[in-house]
Ligand binder design. Structure first.
Ligand SMILES: *[C@@H]1O[C@H](CO)[C@@H](O)[C@H](O)[C@H]1NC(C)=O
Length: 342
């Protein structure tokens, strides 16, 4: 075979492999540059309009909404770092990204001061995670098929007990001796039981993400093994959350849950959750006012009863806009924007 032919064969093989990867992934964000740019623009536009909505109604946002916004802020700050410190092919001369992150800061500050006045206990409980941008370590990794469980799945959990376990690890219970990272047997069991599904599963992962973010992870060399286990736990959670997200998408069940699933796993680096097809759906759910509401749900008898069982802390804002759902959407849009701009 001539060198020319070998080269040709090599290139053919490479394109074939790339094509196979694209098909296998549904659609990951390996895309031609023009398409990527087009979606980056769309996503930035959508996020900007959403943040403007929040700005107009800052005093109506509940803590769950703020948490989503803090995640979005963290993603934007990381993107800004990337654009300014690394040799990136994109630049942000007008500091649009940084300005958006700053805007979120003032929105969150304003709404926190309202929550402090009206729901003081709740405010104190979740202050450690609501008071600053939320940044977590990003490590690109795939979901793992063999960790996905299909039997005896259980989505029931008690929201109050779960809240107590969050307060316990954050060190914000009413108990005088409360201390960050102290965990009792009951909470550990609740957060690690491995047949969870839907919100139960996302809350388990969230609990670990928060524990890690406030420094409950031991950084001594001797703890390397424990930290490896945490990665395994994250793999397990996100692989199973992926299973739920795919089902959710197929059945069009619950957009709020779908956003939560994408957000929590993609911020850790599970890029299987970043698909143009999913982004397209999410962009279409946005309301003319910029927010996310229930108006975009297709209500069937099934989805209605599925949603009724969820006792999530949601707060309705102006025009039927939902605080938790819109907060999650801001986080998801920011993750996508970050991935599309690199
Ligand atoms: C928000 O509050 C924090 C501290 O509570 C402060 O450091 C920050 O400057 C405030 N941001 C804005 C935009 O006011």
């Amino acid at each position: 075979m001539s060198v020319q032919n070998k080269k040709l064969l090599f290139m053919l093989l490479c394109s074939l492999i790339l094509l196979l990867c694209l098909i296998a992934n549904g659609s990951s964000l390996i895309l031609p540059a023009e398409i990527k740019d087009k979606y980056a623009d769309k996503t930035l536009e959508s996020l900007s309009v959403l943040i403007e909505f929040f700005e107009k109604h800052a005093s109506d946002i509940n803590l769950d909404g703020i948490y989503g916004l803090r995640l979005a802020q963290g993603q934007l700050l990381q993107l800004n770092d990337y654009l300014t410190k690394f040799k990136s092919k994109y630049t942000d001369q007008n500091l649009h990204i940084k300005k958006l992150a700053d805007k979120i800061d003032s929105i969150a500050n304003e709404s926190l001061s309202t929550i402090k006045q009206n729901f003081f206990d709740y405010y104190i409980r979740f202050l450690p995670v609501a008071s600053k941008p939320f940044i977590c370590e990003y490590k690109q990794r795939p979901i793992r098929e063999h960790l996905i469980r299909q039997d005896n799945l259980d989505s029931t959990f008690d929201e109050d007990t779960s809240d107590d376990c969050f307060a316990e690890v954050l060190g914000t219970t009413n108990d005088k001796n409360t201390k960050q990272c102290m965990i009792d047997e009951q909470c550990w069991k609740m957060m690690t039981i491995d047949n969870g599904q839907d919100y139960k599963l996302t809350h388990q992962l969230l609990w670990f993400i928060l524990a890690k973010s406030i420094g409950c992870l031991d950084n001594r060399k001797s703890s390397a093994l424990a930290n490896k286990h945490l990665e395994y736990i994250e793999d397990k959670f996100c692989s199973n959350i992926y299973r739920d997200a795919v089902t959710n998408k197929k059945q069009g069940r619950n957009q709020d849950l779908f956003l939560e699933q994408i957000l929590l796993c993609s911020i850790l680096g599970y890029e299987d959750f970043l698909k143009i097809e999913w982004l397209n759906d999410i962009l279409q759910w946005q309301q003319p006012t910029g927010c996310f509401s229930d108006m975009s749900e297709i209500w069937t008898v099934d989805t209605k009863s599925f949603k009724k069982r969820q006792l999530l802390v949601e707060q309705e804002m102006a025009d039927g806009c939902l605080s938790h759902k819109s907060g999650l959407a801001s986080g998801v849009l920011a993750v996508y924007l970050r991935a599309l701009s690199q």
